[in-house]
Design a protein around this ligand. Structure first.
Ligand code: NDP
Length: 400
């Protein structure tokens, strides 16, 4: 890795013309940690569209998605995004660079880029179909980047974008929450100690919500330190019982999946538009197993089935309430048409969302929760750490 280490002392170059290759961690096939390969000869990224920028990476954040993508998860959908006309050969994505979070400095701007300039410090969450941040440079669209909060380092900044834009997409875009409507709302986060949970707790507390969290016993003090009002220990037994004994919730954010959706709907306040939003969805798995077209059909069928099932569950839960109502059929139809408050949440790259999040960081409302940092030469060890699970915040690789 001497070549890489020498690179660290170089000043940021303002033109890419002289450079053709860069240091990066790449994979040439899907598999376990053995497929990670360091190279000094990755292709220098180029600006293909006038709204793109080249960013020099100072720090890269890792997420469970990187482990999954290393193993091939989502490869069918990503192939379609990269090559919609299906012209290229299978495997044309290799050498593939992982890493979804970046904090760094703009080295070069496309001709249409207006709000950013060379040498601006920026942060971003990188869409999974693009080359990632485990490299010296990465290309991004200007609408995916945002000015890095001034109050935190690049290493801290790289811990935030992917989980923050995921939580923002799930809670704001899908869940309908905002800083103006959260006061006195009761929110339940299933799985509060990982990357998404630690960010979501802080954002919701900054907006005035009451936040209940499930996590393991040894994370209780940690999530309370981030602002959680009430904690339920899932290692002490099934959480459904203790959660059912609490006042009902306006929104459940599910970071755990599995059988949680069987009972979590019953924890919501009835007839208030309360929502269950899960981040654990079978969407990419379906397209990997069935191909893009059939996978999407299967996904649509799954959503429809769940929607109907959840609606019926919901109505069964409140059957007695219905029976008291003399206009039973019209109430039934009204609520069937109104929706079932069951939603899938997805990561959505967004510079504007990061602008808002950056303001909250600089205002001291949100702090980066970096569990462990690794130098760029230790990227395989960072993957090993991530793969062990039991995250308490984020894993970051720094380069400068
Ligand atoms: P992390 O691995 O960072 O965190 C998961 C956390 O959950 C860990 O702290 C773990 O700690 C805890 N945990 C595990 N089991 C339970 C349980 N039964 N009850 C409560 N807590 C539990 O993951 P992220 O926060 O980054 O992501 C969360 C989920 O969201 C993942 O499944 C991820 O794939 C998904 N996701 C989906 C996205 C989408 O676009 N749909 C985008 C981003 C994430 P411990 O085991 O010690 O309890």
């Amino acid at each position: 890795l001497h070549g890489w280490q020498r690179n660290q002392s170089r000043p940021i170059r303002t033109s890419s013309k002289a450079m053709t290759t860069i240091p990066a961690w790449v994979i040439d096939q899907y598999g376990n940690n053995d497929v990670l390969r360091f190279t000094n000869n990755a292709t220098f990224p180029i600006i293909n569209y006038p709204n793109e920028v080249i960013v020099k990476v100072f720090a890269a954040g890792l997420n469970p998605l990187d482990i999954s993508m290393r193993g091939g998860y989502g490869s069918a959908t990503m192939a379609m995004k990269r090559d919609p006309l299906n012209i290229k050969q299978t495997g044309s994505e290799f050498p593939l660079i992982l890493g979804r979070d970046v904090s760094g400095v703009i080295m070069e701007c496309g001709l249409d880029v207006k709000y950013f300039r060379e040498r601006d410090e920026v942060w971003a969450a990188i869409p999974p179909w693009k080359q990632g941040s485990l490299a010296e440079f990465v290309v991004l669209s200007a609408n995916e980047i945002s000015h890095k909060p001034k109050s935190i380092s690049h290493t801290q900044a790289a811990a935030i974008p992917y989980v923050a834009t995921t939580a923002w997409s799930a809670l704001v875009n899908t869940g309908g929450l905002s800083k103006d409507n959260c006061a006195n709302k009761r929110i339940l986060i299933l799985g509060g100690s990982g990357g998404v949970g630690t960010f979501a707790i802080q954002m919701l507390k900054a907006w005035g919500a009451h936040v209940t969290v499930t996590c393991s016993h040894n994370a209780e003090r940690f999530v309370k330190g981030l602002g959680a009002d009430h904690v339920v220990d899932y290692t002490a037994g099934p959480v459904e019982g203790p959660l059912s004994a609490l006042e009902k919730f306006d929104l459940v954010l599910d970071n755990i999946g599995g059988d949680t959706e069987q009972w979590a709907l019953g924890l919501l306040k009835p007839w208030t538009g309360a929502k269950y939003v899960t981040l654990v969805t079978p969407f990419l798995r379906n397209t990997d197993q069935l191909g893009v077209a059939d996978g999407m059909l299967q996904t649509a069928a799954t959503v429809a089935t769940k929607t109907i099932k959840v609606t019926l569950d919901y109505l069964m839960i409140h059957y007695q309430h219905f029976c008291k109502n003399t206009q039973l059929s019209s109430v039934f139809l009204q609520h069937l048409v109104k929706g079932v408050h069951y939603r899938w949440g997805f990561f959505a790259p967004s510079g504007p969302a990061l602008d808002e999040i950056g303001k909250m960081v600089d205002a001291g409302q949100i702090r980066a929760v970096v569990e462990e940092t690794f130098s760029f030469s230790q990227v395989p060890q960072a993957f090993e750490k991530l793969e062990k699970g039991h995250a308490r915040g984020k894993t970051v690789s720094y380069q400068a």
